[in-house]
Design a protein around this ligand. Structure first.
Ligand SMILES: NC(=O)C[C@H](N)C(=O)O
Length: 330
């Protein structure tokens, strides 16, 4: 028929989780396969031709570079075909924001890519997975979704990959876009958009992982009162290519971490200052003389997303000024 063709790629997570009973909050993620997910929401077949593929079956706490590269390449291959109009990816919520941003920077298509998950397992009372999956397909078939970058559809809300973050361990409205607000809302099988992301994404990025076998090694160091610099030392000893500091306030660091990262930067490790605050921008040269130490400021990217942009930037350049530009454009 004339319905759009949507491919559902399943990776596991709570949306595919199964527990002992409807009232038990303990469960195992990634138990239910893609066909069961699709069969649970027959209403989707009224708005799209749906087919499914199981990519992996993991709790997203175990998401890793290998799966990201596999997903990016698979999504690019699918969207290059005339008979695929959009991709929906079912995913655990723990690291959904990271996978979404990785794909936002590495998928080379205008066609919609929508990540979706659930906070309650499929066996729970008022499971949120089925309606979230339906709304993700609604979002993927909407012509207005084209060219907005990789999207996250959760709890009747559509977010951009760059700003969305998980803000609650258990609430169904856990996903928020603290700096920019949502892109739009889903209601009655329809998306109403209110804005578009301004930063470069998908077809506008320079990143190409089609030939990348392994991503650069980048870790995150957390700052807090009386912090230890042991993680900095361990990462430097292990030859990490980059380190993101999850700073206090406007990307500030505990003094021992600062000294360790200043030395690491001098020795060729790319250092990005980010913030553990949950919102706001880590601004260049605010309380730290970034130019003096060769540090990069993350802007509104949180530490886990700054890590992704740093890894991809390091596939292109080793010059901190060029990396700083990436953090201005992406
Ligand atoms: N709600 C969830 O999906 C949590 C789960 N641990 C996951 O990310 O896979």
């Amino acid at each position: 028929g004339d319905l759009p063709n949507i491919k559902i790629l399943a990776t596991g997570g709570t949306i595919a989780g199964a527990g002992q009973s409807a009232t038990d909050s303990s469960y195992t993620a990634g138990k239910v396969g893609v066909d069961s997910l699709i069969h649970a929401v027959p209403q989707m077949t009224k708005i799209a031709n749906i087919s499914g593929e199981q990519v992996v079956s993991i709790g997203s706490q175990d998401m890793n570079d290998e799966v990201w590269l596999k997903l990016a390449n698979r999504v690019n291959a699918l969207l290059a075909k005339d008979d695929v109009d959009g991709v929906v990816i079912t995913h655990g919520t723990d690291t959904m924001e990271e996978t979404a941003y990785f794909l936002d920077l590495t998928v080379k298509s205008d066609k919609p890519v929508v990540l979706v998950g659930a906070m309650r397992p499929s066996t729970a009372m008022s499971a949120d997975g089925p309606v979230n999956l339906y709304n993700a397909v609604v979002t993927a078939v909407d012509a207005e979704s084209k060219g907005r970058g990789v999207l996250v559809a959760m709890n009747d809300t559509v977010f951009d990959a760059r700003d969305v973050t998980k803000t609650s361990t258990t609430a169904v409205d856990t996903f928020q876009s603290p700096n920019m607000g949502p892109l739009g809302y889903v209601h009655n099988s329809d998306v109403k958009y209110q804005r578009s992301p301004e930063r470069h994404h998908t077809t506008e990025t320079v990143f190409d992982v089609s030939k990348v076998k392994a991503l650069p090694k980048v870790g995150i160091v957390y700052n807090y009162a009386n912090a230890t610099d042991l993680p900095v030392k361990a990462m430097v000893d292990a030859d990490f290519d980059g380190i993101v500091s999850a700073g206090v306030g406007n990307g500030n660091m505990y003094h021992t971490i600062f000294d360790g990262l200043a030395k690491a930067s001098k020795d060729g490790v790319m250092v990005v200052r980010s913030a553990r605050t949950g919102s706001g921008s880590t601004t260049l040269d605010a309380e730290v003389d970034d130019a003096k130490y060769g540090f990069v400021a993350s802007g509104t990217l949180n530490p886990q997303k700054a890590r992704i942009l740093l890894m991809l930037s390091l596939t292109q350049t080793q010059d901190y000024k060029e990396v700083q530009k990436m953090f201005q454009y992406y």
